[in-house]
Design a protein around this ligand. Structure first.
Ligand code: ARG
Ligand code: ZN
Length: 880
């Protein structure tokens, strides 16, 4: 993949391939340093292609060992081969068979793309362009082929041999210590969904019977000794399969469904047909080593990959610009699944928090791009929060606009009409438009415009007339490559809240379309008037976060406090208290820079205490409402001239005020842990979250027993959620026994790599004056390993994204440290390096001194030689 030979690829240049490959027969003879791949391809000229037009196959670091056409070796001048291309100059006009033999080295594949080994297990990752690292191919998602895969390996090394589809045959290779297995996948698929696994693995098994009676064997494969950590993943899988039948009418279509968990993986997981491969962090869980958040993530990712079987595999993308076609839709589906499994309001708040903390900053800086980009140089850099999370919000808005029935009709039509296709966003939207007779022309802008729309609302109430008018405008700030924008269709769910907390009725609304409780905004600016009101309502806008916009509705503190207490919409109750806290924190951060003495707003402090004690609210909801906006959230809202130290100070002051004013109540709330043996369900998790939130505030109260109490909570914890919560306080608040607790934790969990990731992460995110020095020292720890992406993420990435004051140190050493690591990591794994580098994306928002230092670090990367295409692309765009 290296070095940086970057050519920009444009959506408008899409053209079908000159040839089609109908079947792919692979014979993969595994050996750690030298694996031979025989590929037999049935190739057919596309009807629009001139006879004799060259056939150009993609490769990446490949070595060609043999080549025949219809069984005959090719003359030297009939083709040309380089590690990245195989070109047949003038192939036959009629269908032909191409046999390609390549040799690859799985052990030295540190990019973790293509075929590689993780802890001795052979595995593959082909999305987006990894298949070309296995054999030469038309490696693009619109080439759909039927695959048959024979895998051969030494029996002792790899007793388990897995491929896509259904197992066909298996046996020994006579006279050798090797054996083989043949797999056949009857569903035509793009090459990015190819997978194989071979290794010495244990498994757990279960079955699922589909609505039409197909019995499916389910297996989860893991390293030996980890079988007892698979129960939750298996349970989540079965619930996903049932849910997809019930809610979307999607049934599974093979006899087996296999999941393999590996420790070295570039991302979360991969939906390969019938053979999902997972980062083990999204499979393995038990109370001793996994937190409630881990359990929730596993449930969501297992569902996500399973749901891809229809939205992604049966219907795939025509080209990589359409990535959101499968990802946005599938994230929406997994979010809906989790909402049905848990509390819908709590899930929505968690999803919006993630969107605002990851996607909003991306959409406001130099890496901003439309949900469907129009241009890329390295597609792996577009697996972003915008494509995934904003993409899911766009689908959610579609459902809001069309209603649940209209949305289901559109989905049914899409699944029926495009089954077996590689298709586009346009084709997707047409299904909804046709099924509901709705014009979605303007709505489609959500896919084509980058940036978060800012919605500004000023309200006026005319008491005599009983009329409320909302002056609403929308705009997107200019971005690199997007100077101006057109108005979007914004579904604004709302309520007019009366004094008793109930939504008021009104006679008429003018100035916008109204659909039940949703106002549909379509203009750059519009005035919406409600008539027939008996008194002035508190206007509750963007309920449930009905659109991915930044809302500025100029509510005063009284109305916000009222909303926080009375709004019937849980999301807006949470939002109101967050907005209040944000306002006060921004004020405090401003004052911190002038050296003024900081004092938190008393009414806000009181409101937090009230939230804690409000037994009518679900504990999980209270825990979320008590959580202050993060330092990164505040930096995003401040937007420019950002000083991370001032933000940190502001938060510390507010946290201490809330803790000390309500110390008694927080102390009392510590005991409200769920009773009985551990269960990861949402109720029990909510109770733990609230108790741990109370512990954090109590720790901030400055009471004399804090050190002992937090250490006792750490020592007494009988599950990872409580243990890591206490350890985080000990380390981040620099409490007396922090070092001792870290030692106890290390001794206890040394053998469990996922638990040790947490140990690294707690230290990486500690906002201490010598935080950076500690992190540097940890890179030399015997358990630190640049080759393991999870470990790199838990230390270096966690530092860069979760330790704002140390990353953006005024001496520039934090930036320098991360930039240096990007360069080191880029030598072995371009995707991990370029992902790490995105932590610089908001560099221009810092105050002048820090922003200069960040620029220096970026320029250092930019001037380095031999950068990967991935890292070159991110650094160039950051500096543009
Ligand atoms: N399709 C996978 C998923 O949704 C992610 C693949 C990411 N690939 C990449 N090259 N970054 O879950
Ligand atoms: Zn996905």
């Amino acid at each position: 993949m290296r070095p940086e030979t970057a050519v920009a690829i444009h959506l408008e240049d899409y053209a079908p391939a000159a040839y089609q490959i109908d079947t792919v027969d692979l014979d993969i003879q595994l050996s750690p340093r030298s694996t031979d791949v025989f590929a037999r391809l049935a190739v057919r000229r596309h009807e629009d292609t001139d006879p004799g037009a060259p056939l150009e196959l993609d490769g990446d670091e490949l070595e060609l060992v043999g080549l025949t056409l219809d069984g005959m070796p090719l003359l030297e001048d009939a083709y040309s081969a380089t590690p990245s291309k195989l070109v047949l100059n003038a192939p036959p006009a009629e269908p032909f068979t191409l046999e390609i033999r390549t040799r690859i080295d799985p052990d030295s594949n540190t990019e973790l793309m293509g075929l590689y080994r993780s802890s001795g297990t052979y595995c593959t990752q082909c999305e987006a362009e990894g298949f070309r690292r296995i054999t030469y191919f038309l490696d693009r998602p619109d080439i759909l082929s039927v695959y048959t895969t024979r895998i051969e390996a030494r029996k002792g090394d790899a007793p388990i041999l897995l491929g896509n589809g259904n197992p066909v045959s298996a046996g020994d290779v006579p006279g050798t210590d090797r054996h083989f297995a043949v797999w056949h996948d009857p569903h035509p698929k793009p090459s990015y969904l190819f997978a194989m696994v071979a290794g010495d693995l244990a498994h757990v098994a279960d079955t699922f019977v589909t609505t039409s009676g197909r019995k499916v064997d389910l297996k989860i494969y893991v390293e030996h000794g980890r079988e007892d950590r698979c129960a939750w993943a298996m349970d989540s899988l079965k619930r996903s399969m049932k849910w997809d039948e019930d809610v979307f009418g999607c049934e599974y279509d093979l006899d087996v469904f296999n999941i393999v968990a590996v420790s070295d993986f570039n991302m979360g997981a991969m939906e390969n047909k019938g053979l999902n491969i997972f980062n083990d962090k999204y499979v393995l869980a038990d109370p001793e080593t996994a937190t409630d958040q881990d359990y929730a993530n596993i449930e969501a990712v297992i569902a996500h990959e399973y749901f891809h079987n229809w939205t992604g595999n049966r219907i795939t993308c025509r080209d990589w610009f359409q990535l959101c076609l499968k990802e946005g839709l599938t994230v929406f589906r997994d979010q809906e699944f989790s909402s049905d499994m848990r509390s819908r309001a709590v899930k929505r708040i968690a999803d919006v928090r993630l969107l605002k903390s990851h996607q909003f900053p991306e959409d406001a800086g130099p890496l901003a791009h439309p949900v469907r980009p129009r241009k890329y140089t390295e597609i792996n850099n577009f697996y972003t929060a915008t494509v995934y999370e904003k993409g899911a919000e766009v689908v959610r808005m579609l459902k809001t606009l069309l209603g649940p029935d209209g949305f289901r009709k559109g989905m049914d039509l899409y699944l029926e009409r495009h089954d077996g296709d590689a298709t586009t966003i346009e084709a997707f939207l047409v299904c909804f438009s046709e099924a509901t007779a709705t014009d979605l022309g303007q709505f489609a802008r959500w896919y084509d415009q980058a940036g978060t729309p800012q919605v500004d609302v000023k309200s006026r109430y005319d008491k005599r007339a009983g009329e409320l008018t909302l002056d609403i405008s929308q705009s997107i700030a200019p971005l690199p490559g997007q100077a101006s924008s057109e108005p979007a269709v914004i579904p604004l769910r709302f309520g007019l809240v009366g004094r008793n907390g109930e939504d008021m009725s009104f006679e008429r609304v003018t100035g916008a379309r109204l659909q039940e409780d949703v106002l549909i905004l379509e203009e750059q600016s519009q005035s919406v008037t409600f008539t027939g009101l008996k008194s002035r309502p508190v206007v509750s806008l963007l309920r449930g976060f009905s659109a991915p916009v930044r809302l500025e509705d100029h509510q005063d503190a009284d109305d916000l406090l009222f909303q926080a207490r009375q709004d019937s919409d849980d999301f807006n109750r949470w939002q109101a208290i967050q907005t209040l806290a944000t306002h006060d924190l921004i004020r405090l951060a401003g004052e911190a820079r002038t050296g003024k003495e900081l004092k938190a707003d008393a009414r806000l402090v009181e409101a937090f205490g009230e939230t804690l004690l409000n037994e009518e609210l679900d504990p999980a909801f209270r825990a979320l409402a008590l959580q202050l906006p993060s330092e990164a959230d505040l930096a995003r809202d401040i937007g420019s001239n950002v000083d991370p130290d001032a933000i940190h100070q502001a938060r510390a002051v507010l946290r201490a005020a809330i803790g000390s004013e309500n110390a008694g109540a927080f102390r009392a709330a510590l005991g409200a842990k769920p009773q009985g043996s551990f269960s990861p369900d949402a109720d029990a998790a909510g109770k733990r979250a609230l108790a741990n939130q109370a512990l954090a505030y109590y720790a901030a109260s400055g009471a004399s027993d804090v050190d002992d109490l937090v250490m006792a909570a750490f020592v007494d914890a009988d599950n990872m959620t409580d243990r890591i919560a206490a350890l985080t306080l000990l380390v981040h608040d620099n409490l007396k026994d922090a070092e001792q607790a870290l030692e106890i934790f290390r001794k206890r969990h040394e053998a469990t790599s996922l638990a040790m990731d947490k140990w690294f992460m707690v230290q990486a995110t500690a906002p201490l004056a010598d935080g950076l020095e500690k992190v540097k020292a940890l890179t030399a720890h015997p358990l630190f390993d640049f080759a393991n992406p999870n470990r790199v993420r838990s230390l270096v990435h966690a530092f860069a994204t979760g330790n704002a004051t140390q990353f953006a140190r005024q001496d520039g050493l934090g930036f320098e440290f991360v930039a240096g690591n990007v360069l080191v990591i880029d030598q072995r794994n371009a995707q991990v390096a370029s992902r790490l580098l995105t932590c610089f994306r908001s560099w221009r928002a810092y105050e002048e001194g820090r922003s200069k230092l960040a620029e220096t670090a970026l320029l250092k990367i930019s001037s380095a030689e031999g950068l990967s295409r991935d890292t070159r692309d991110i650094v160039d765009r950051c500096l543009q």
